[in-house]
Design a protein around this ligand. Structure first.
Ligand code: TPP
Length: 347
């Protein structure tokens, strides 16, 4: 069996100043959005589970920035930021979190179940690793129909210890499916450190079992994420070769809104050390050094995105709760119509 060593992706300097501004704006929008989510949760406006993306913004933003509109994105329950990066409106996301009828899943999915068929954003899944085989299925469907789209699948490092991960990657490698499997390695599955749950610490090496290309990527550097993703997408699109990316990042908040920020499983010092590499600061510092960004620019951008988030909050707050009669809608496919089941998806 060929053992491929994961490479550390080099962070390079793109000359595209506009691109950097766009990436910075998206990351800042997600940061401010998530901060307001924490407030809304404390006020009881958001119920159920709520997993914030603060600290990991460069992963979703960098990876999704490479995709075409007809590509597919599927994620776990930590997906607010990915939905926003994919272009879902902050209003639709916030309304969903508030459980309101104008939410992207009509207020019946909540934080862990954000969907948008027009954006090919396929969730939002609460079962750890349960959506990885779904991504393989999407890859199969793309190839079967002769398309050149790519499916990007986000999941945490704890998911690689489940059987679904191995079955899904084996099949994707065997059948050459256009899927990018992206591990967001934030070092902890709830309160369990990676080293306590995985037999190997360099988890990109798991791809060697399937002879699959793999890379270790600096997840605090949005440009590095973008570049690794570009290589993976190129392989998937032109040769139908899947890739496993291990993107190393860190969550600055607790696992969910139900546990403390630092918890007892990690030290305050560790958290502070990782927070020195805030992905927003990393990009902003780079832009400042290039002479293309000032403190005034940052203040103006911050005000702009805060207003967007404020608008989303007000929209969500004004949206009605789903009607009781809608409780059973969208639960089962309507098989009473003449159209064959699944026909609307295939079209
Ligand atoms: C199959 C399954 N087992 C256990 C859980 C409970 N659980 C929810 S989140 C989580 C940790 C997952 O960590 P990771 O995959 O690294 O993602 P992260 O939360 O760090 O983004 C666990 C064990 C679950 N949702 N599904």
């Amino acid at each position: 069996m060929a053992k491929k060593k994961p490479d550390l992706a080099p962070s390079s300097s793109s000359n595209d100043a506009q691109l950097r501004r766009d990436l910075l704006r998206q990351m800042l929008l997600i940061r401010r959005f998530e901060e307001r989510c924490a407030e809304a949760y404390a006020l009881g406006k958001i119920g159920g589970f709520c997993h914030l993306y603060i600290g990991q913004e460069a992963v979703g933003v960098g990876a999704i920035s490479v995709l075409r509109p007809d590509d597919y994105v599927i994620g776990s329950y930590r997906e607010h930021g990915q939905a926003l990066a994919r272009g879902m409106s902050p209003r639709a996301v916030m309304a969903e979190l508030f459980g309101r009828a104008d939410g992207c899943s009509k207020g019946k999915g909540g934080s862990m179940h954000l969907f948008d068929r027009n954006l090919n954003f396929l969730g939002g899944h609460g079962i750890v690793g349960g959506h990885i085989p779904l991504a393989t299925g999407v890859g199969f469907a793309i190839k079967y129909r002769g398309g050149d789209q790519v499916c990007l699948c986000f999941f945490g490092e704890a998911a690689v210890n489940g059987g679904a991960f191995h079955e899904a990657l084996n099949m994707a490698a065997l059948w050459k499916l256009p899927v990018v499997y992206l591990i967001e390695n934030n070092r902890y599955g709830m309160g369990t450190a990676l080293e306590r749950a995985s037999a190997i610490n360099d988890i990109a090496e798991r791809a060697c079992s399937y002879d699959m290309p793999n890379e270790v990527v600096d997840g605090q550097d949005v440009i590095a994420v973008r570049e690794a993703m570009q290589r993976a997408v190129q392989r998937a699109r032109s040769e139908h070769i899947p890739t496993l990316l291990e993107v190393r990042t860190y969550r600055f908040m607790g696992h969910s809104m139900s546990d403390a920020v630092s918890g007892t499983y990690r030290t305050k010092e560790e958290l502070e050390e990782y927070m020195k590499r805030d992905p927003i600061t990393v990009l902003r510092t780079d832009m400042t050094k290039r002479g293309e960004w000032t403190d005034d620019d940052m203040t103006a951008l911050d005000e702009e995105v805060k207003a967007v988030v404020e608008d989303a909050w007000n929209f969500a707050d004004a949206s009605p709760e789903p009607a009781l009669e809608s409780l059973y809608e969208d639960v089962y496919v309507d098989t009473t119509s003449d159209a064959p089941v699944g026909a609307e998806i295939a079209s």
